[in-house]
Design a binder for this molecule. Structure first.
Ligand code: ZN
Length: 159
């Protein structure tokens, strides 16, 4: 496994629309493993293809101990409910945090590394992480949705 360099804002690669994955081969499996490795190394809870310079619809999320790692290939949110304000950051925009409104719960259709389609229901923080990553696949950064920026000191107060 290889830790990849993370592409930083304002690199234009972060604002491109990603292509669907059509070939589910060993190269894709290796890429997904590298994405997890890169995300864990950076202490992140999610990482999308463009953040390592791969303009493909691939995202990894690990935002809840009980749910564990999630691979999302060609993901589509097909149902969403409720709204929730919460704090987000991004591995491509270090030291910047802000409050963003997201759907409280979502239903997602996606493919796994073997090309099998699956359905996933998520809510709360995991749903937030998934929505953040799916935005990346459309070239959308969370900063375009921030309602209020949060100072790092405030984060520490919140624990
Ligand atoms: Zn991000």
């Amino acid at each position: 496994m290889t830790v990849k360099p993370i592409i930083m804002h304002p690199d234009p690669l972060l604002e491109q629309t990603c292509e669907r994955v059509e070939i589910f081969d060993s190269k894709l499996k290796r890429l997904v493993r590298d994405m997890f490795e890169t995300m864990y190394e950076a202490d992140g809870v999610g990482l999308a293809g463009p953040q390592i310079g791969v303009l493909k619809q691939i995202a990894v999320v690990d935002a809840d101990e009980e749910i564990g790692p999630i691979v999302l290939i060609n993901p589509e949110i097909y149902d969403q409910n409720g709204e929730e304000l919460g704090v987000e950051g991004c591995l491509s925009i270090p030291s910047l945090y802000g409050e963003v409104v997201r759907s409280q719960s979502i239903k997602v259709k996606a493919f796994d590394v073997k090309g099998r389609q699956f359905d996933l229901k998520a809510s709360g923080f995991v749903a937030r992480a998934i929505q953040h990553e799916i935005d990346h696949l459309q070239g959308i950064l969370f900063t375009s949705k921030v309602v209020r920026y949060i100072k790092e000191e405030e984060l520490e107060v919140e624990g």
